[in-house]
Design a protein around this ligand. Structure first.
Ligand SMILES: NC(=O)c1ccc[n+]([C@@H]2O[C@H](COP(=O)([O-])OP(=O)(O)OC[C@H]3O[C@@H](n4cnc5c(N)ncnc54)[C@H](OP(=O)(O)O)[C@@H]3O)[C@@H](O)[C@H]2O)c1
Length: 343
């Protein structure tokens, strides 16, 4: 494994702190990075001392100085609508491997389609949307669809209870649900435009059973899944009750133990011309799962594993089922794969 450190941008946030603590627990050298040195110092003290690097988004030199000395950067600051590009560009230009927690479709699309080619081609491996929302749907879609043909639709359905949004997550949700130029994937093509939100029923297996869903949610799967699953339609959905729960949008300052109380099932249904398949993960604490997914990816990249230079969806970077099995072994969820349906 490389001895270069792993940088955590946004180390002062909830996700960044979890990521930094996990890296430290694995005995890895970490650089705590973000826009405010004093807040970073507090996190450093909590960890018993770690290097701090102040690099505001409007200081490309400071960002490049950070990425120049890190083997991998894990980007945890959001909303990515605001923070995504400068940090990703600095990593790309330095040849620093990169993993992000973005849920935002437009950030993910920019990474694949618009990031300037000279930056993209500088040698780093860049993995976007390696987190709970978006990332788990992407990995499950690949694992469930692995040997299927004639795929009509892929639906990733998130059933989440007890989600106490952080400030960053709340701002992200507010921006995304107000977005009138959403990305959808239908008839084998990407579309950008207004989408009428609707309620549908998704057939979760027992004990959840059928649940009313917000459909679609503006999640990154519509950008990532069609890159590796030949489907005609891809959609992400979220249980309607998730945002109706008391406390969902007032969770900015809850304690970490309360925040860790979320419960989830992520189910992916793949429908083919003659049936299909489904798979799911069921567990607790979507925040910690997000952190561990990005750390697992970063550790692999630091150790020389990965697909080589370029921008990748989670399931393009690593074989989906083994990666999910490795995450499952960390004890946060149970993986059920695959359940064939139809004839
Ligand atoms: N897809 C998923 O499942 C998933 C999971 C976890 C997180 N996320 C995303 O990750 C992001 C962070 O989430 P969180 O829960 O960690 O939020 P949080 O606890 O509110 O932390 C936000 C972090 O972003 C930093 N930040 C915000 N705006 C910034 C800016 N303009 N310049 C530099 N740093 C900035 C903050 O720095 P300061 O301390 O200096 O304010 C802080 O470190 C969100 O966008 C969230 O949607 C996604």
């Amino acid at each position: 494994m490389s001895s270069s450190p792993i940088a955590v941008y946004g180390a002062t946030g909830h996700t960044g702190r979890l990521v930094a603590a996990e890296l430290r627990a694995r005995g890895l050298e970490v650089i705590l990075a973000g826009r405010d040195a004093a807040r970073l110092k507090t996190v450093s003290d909590e960890l018993g001392g770690a290097r701090v690097h102040e690099a505001p988004l409007d200081d490309p030199d400071a960002l490049r100085a950070l990425t120049a000395e890190a083997a991998v950067l894990i980007h945890c600051a959001g909303p990515f609508t605001d923070t995504g590009r400068p940090v990703a560009l600095a990593a790309a230009e330095s040849g620093c491997h990169y993993v992000d927690h973005a849920l935002e479709q437009h950030h993910t699309k920019w990474m694949f389609d618009t990031m300037p080619a000279p930056a993209r081609d500088a040698g780093s491996t860049m993995i976007t949307a390696m987190s709970f929302y978006g990332g788990m749907g992407d990995l499950l879609a690949a694992a469930v669809a692995a040997d299927l043909t004639g795929i009509d639709r892929v639906t990733s359905a998130y059933a989440v209870s007890g989600w106490r949004l952080t400030t960053g997550a709340r701002k992200t949700a507010e921006l995304l649900f107000a977005d009138t130029r959403r990305i959808t994937y239908d008839d084998g093509a990407q579309h950008v435009g207004y989408v009428e939100p609707r309620n549908v029923v998704f057939p979760f297996p027992p004990p959840l059973g059928p649940r009313t869903m917000i459909a679609p949610i503006p999640s990154s799967e519509v950008v990532t899944v069609p890159r590796h699953v030949p489907a005609r339609r891809v959609e992400a959905q979220l249980t309607a009750h998730t945002f109706e729960e008391e406390g969902a949008f007032t969770g900015d300052a809850v304690d970490p133990a309360t925040r860790a109380g979320s419960e989830f099932t992520v189910a992916v249904q793949v429908i083919t011309e003659d049936g299909g398949a489904a798979g799911r993960i069921t567990g607790r604490d979507l925040w910690r799962l997000s952190a561990l997914a990005s750390v697992e990816a970063a550790v692999r990249l630091a150790g020389g594993q990965g697909p080589g230079p370029g921008v990748f969806a989670p399931a393009e970077a690593f074989a989906a089922e083994p990666f999910l099995r490795d995450l499952e072994a960390l004890g946060l969820f149970r993986l059920t794969l695959p359940e064939r349906t139809g004839r």
